[in-house]
Write a protein that binds this ligand. Structure first.
Ligand SMILES: Cc1ncc(COP(=O)(O)O)c(C=O)c1O
Length: 366
């Protein structure tokens, strides 16, 4: 059947999101038992025991719909961030909050500015939503060109998305750069700062954006439980913004968008926030080790503030990825992000997993 005439042109021209290969698929295809997945920026440590316990307890109640208002999670998060409960919106991953923002704000003919070589969902979501995306090239050093993004705003711009730190480059914009950017953006243009990797950052000059909300009512902060908190499989993320903005956004979300298990798990993560510091430190140690090893192999490594690193190899990263796959190591070639043939993203794994990746790379490159 040819359904093409039924769909908007933006949808027909868009390719679906291509996730990192699941471990089970690679096991099936290659007949390998022991697979290391370093492809989706997940936390290899897994959820905390207290979080698993909260999920199990909540599972007994799944015959009922979840709390549509995420009441307990909202109250707990509001206390944690020291913001009002009305400033919070939760989503089925922060991905859904990005989608809500774009759908709620952008009408035909209007546009959304984001950086090229950034989280691919901005391009995909704006493509299917009136082809509204306006990517701006990266600055030297693979970071967002915030002055160029501010300069790109026109009278049809509704939203600017800043990914800080950026996926897939791992780079970040400093507080000074972000302050100057906010000062340059007209107050009627919404700035969404996607901080999915916020908890991993160790740089002192990284902007602490929650404190900027009162001075900038056009600011929306996006965070997630998918990364350092190890809840990628449950899907829970959130936005923090001015309550008047949030109350409008709530109208465009599905009524029961955050399931019962996710709400319970996220509350348990907040109750165990003291664990974040150790997770951040262990990630940093492994990231530094991995980067040192990769540089030692002659690969170009982009300094990262996240739980992954962008690497440039002299040849074809797709080929290298296949060779690594044959050795049971899944990484992510970056051609879908437009970063060129040689670009490859490696997520930080457990020490033995990182060691295995480096050993496999040594075998291949030598
Ligand atoms: C920059 C960025 N934003 C958002 C997300 C989506 O996170 P979630 O799992 O909360 O939808 C990701 C996931 O990889 C990401 O890298």
């Amino acid at each position: 059947m040819d359904f093409t005439r039924l769909f908007r042109p933006g949808i027909l021209a868009t390719r679906p999101y291509s996730p990192g290969k699941p471990v089970e698929e690679v096991q099936r295809e290659l007949g390998l038992k022991d697979i290391v997945k370093l492809a989706s920026n997940e936390n290899p440590e897994g959820p905390l025991p207290a979080v698993v316990e909260a999920i199990c307890t909540a599972a007994r109640g799944v015959n009922r719909y979840p709390d549509a208002a995420c009441h307990y999670l909202t109250q707990r998060m509001a206390r944690h961030l020291e913001v009002s409960p009305g400033s919070l919106i939760f989503g089925n991953g922060s991905n859904e909050v990005i989608d809500i923002l774009i759908r709620a704000l952008v009408s035909p003919g209007e546009n959304v500015i984001y950086s090229q070589h950034s989280f691919i969902v901005y391009a995909l979501t704006t493509a299917v939503h009136f082809e509204s995306g306006r990517p701006v090239p990266l600055a030297p050093g693979d970071k967002h060109d915030l002055p160029a993004m501010a300069a790109g705003i026109d009278d049809r711009t509704k939203l600017v998305i800043v990914c800080n730190p950026n996926n897939p480059t791992g780079t970040y914009n400093t507080r000074e750069e972000f302050d100057a950017f906010l000062a340059a953006v007209p107050p009627h243009v919404i700035v969404a700062v996607d901080e999915a990797y916020y908890e991993y950052v160790t740089a002192d000059d990284y902007p602490q954006t929650i404190g900027m909300l009162s001075a900038h009512p056009n600011l929306v902060i996006l965070r997630t439980f998918s990364k350092i908190h190890s809840l990628a499989g449950l899907r829970v993320g959130y936005g923090v913004a001015h309550p008047d903005l949030v109350s409008e956004l709530h109208k465009t979300r599905e009524p029961f968008n955050v399931n019962m298990l996710s709400q319970a798990a996220a509350v348990a993560c907040l109750d165990n926030w003291h664990e974040v510091e150790g997770r951040r430190r262990r990630n940093r140690e492994q990231l530094d080790w991995l980067c040192g090893q990769l540089s030692g192999l002659g690969l170009e490594v982009v300094p990262s503030q996240t739980n992954f690193v962008l690497v440039r190899c002299p040849g074809n990263a797709g080929r290298l990825t296949q060779d690594l796959l044959q050795r049971g190591v899944i990484v992510r070639p970056m051609h879908a992000f437009g970063l060129g043939e040689g670009a490859l993203r490696i997520s930080v794994g457990l020490p033995a997993e990182n060691q295995r990746c480096v050993t496999a790379l040594k075998e291949i490159l030598n």
